[in-house]
Design a protein around this ligand. Sequence first.
Ligand SMILES: C[S@@+](CC[C@H](N)C(=O)[O-])C[C@H]1O[C@@H](n2cnc3c(N)ncnc32)[C@H](O)[C@@H]1O
Length: 212
Amino acid sequence: MDKKTQHYSTQFPDVRVKVYSVSESLKRHLYLFKTVTGVFSFKQLDLGTKVFIEHMKIPEKQGVLLDLGCGYGAIGIVLAHLASQSTVYLTDINKRALWCARENIKYNLTERSGKVIVLPGSYFEPFKNKNVKFDGIYMNPPLRNGRREFLTLCEDIPRYLKSKGLFQFVIKKKMGAEYVHNYLNKHHSELFEIIEVIFKRSGYWIFCLMSF
Ligand SMILES: C[S@@+](CC[C@H](N)C(=O)[O-])C[C@H]1O[C@@H](n2cnc3c(N)ncnc32)[C@H](O)[C@@H]1O
């Protein structure tokens, strides 16, 4: 991929490394994230991610949660902070993003009892030979890879969710939130018991899908 067409969904971004700090108050707690060029939204927390974090549902019971395509780790780190007994996985394909996520876990999560695990790989590849199922999967999807890729991923999700597990994600209206909602209702209603848009703000739609 040449530099012009390359974006953050690359395994090894080929742009000069520059380190940034992003501070953000999320669910009434202040976080400081280290970010680098070549990682999604490295100069400031993406508005979609922020709206999503403020409105995502976090299971009260101890469980296993996944931040799928974690970037520098904001969603997974907030989950790990608030669900401090749960095991939280963060995965991404981008090696720089994973480096940031590991640094940000060390810095932001000093006191917690549950495990926080960072794994490299494409989507569910890191869990291929592991018998892991999740109570919650959380995602700000890489729609620049194409909407089709995301809709295909949605077909795989139920295999990785426990019964009554939640798949939550955010999509910008301009990036086709309404299309995705209609598509899921039309083609995936047999895969999920509930398909809901739980919140809309600033042009972002927050989806919550529950497995059977
Ligand atoms: C829209 S960004 C969201 C990042 C982060 N969750 C956030 O909200 O700031 C999508 C993320 O998905 C990652 N990604 C793209 N393709 C992927 C794949 N095939 N498997 C895993 N992660 C992928 C990108 O590297 C990027 O970090």
